[in-house]
Design a protein around this ligand. Structure first.
Ligand SMILES: C[S@@+](CC[C@H](N)C(=O)[O-])C[C@H]1O[C@@H](n2cnc3c(N)ncnc32)[C@H](O)[C@@H]1O
Length: 204
């Protein structure tokens, strides 16, 4: 495949995935939480702020149709493990089509420790809309994520700017600052619909 046809094929693949994502949003608006997948700029910011190395175990919560998954797999260079936990049936089908070598798990992120089979992840990346979650669900997923991380593990998540003052988002921020030794936030990534920023948190 030359560069031109390769680029056209990649663009077609991405637009197919985007429409799959919209379909998932129409079917399950509350849990999908966004009408459009994350932009390449937000995906790049998330992947660039992850500390893991090839060979590590990484978990992704709420991968949607794979905006972050693609870059996370690239960064693992075919070594280590990526578990992607996704609730939507539409999105899981698209993920399995796009990433046959990824461990795509059709289950709620609350069950992450169970799927790690006694091992722990060096990094947990979240694509979940924490601002849309009820407090009890936030707690269950947050505790599952903590239980799944190695003692020196890292948690990376994004949040939409417009939801920054939702009580649920403030609650999520409090959970992060209460349970991690260090929490940092990137500047706003404007080239995303809606604009967002990335949190990165370290246990030690
Ligand atoms: C805001 S979308 C983000 C998708 C993708 N990471 C992106 O940035 O384009 C959130 C995704 O999380 C999934 N999701 C929601 N609740 C979940 C849960 N409890 N466990 C696993 N996935 C969940 C939704 O189906 C949706 O695909």
């Amino acid at each position: 495949m030359n560069n031109k046809t390769g680029g056209a094929a990649a663009a077609r693949l991405n637009s197919n995935s985007a429409w799959r994502f919209v379909e998932a949003f129409i079917r399950e608006p509350l849990s999908v939480g966004s009408f459009w997948p994350s932009s390449p700029e937000l995906a790049r910011a998330v992947a660039d702020h992850c500390d893991f190395k090839p060979g590590d175990t990484v978990a992704e919560l709420g991968p949607g149709t794979g905006s972050f998954t693609e870059l996370l797999l690239q960064r693992l260079h075919g070594r280590g493990r990526l578990l992607a936990m996704e609730l939507s049936e539409t999105n899981i089908a698209e993920l399995r089509r796009r990433f046959p070598h990824c461990e795509t798990i059709h289950d709620t992120a609350e069950n992450l420790p169970h799927h790690l089979n006694g091992t722990r992840a060096k990094c947990v990346v979240s694509g979940l809309a924490w601002g849309n979650m009820l407090p009890a669900m936030q707690d269950r997923i947050f505790n599952a994520m903590l239980e799944s991380l190695t003692p020196d593990g890292q948690f990376v998540a994004f949040a939409y700017v417009h939801a920054g003052w939702f009580p649920t988002t403030l609650r999520f921020r409090k959970l992060m600052s209460g349970r991690f030794a260090r929490v940092e936030r990137t500047p706003i990534i404007w080239r995303n619909l809606p604009p967002a920023f990335v949190y990165r948190c370290w246990r030690s």
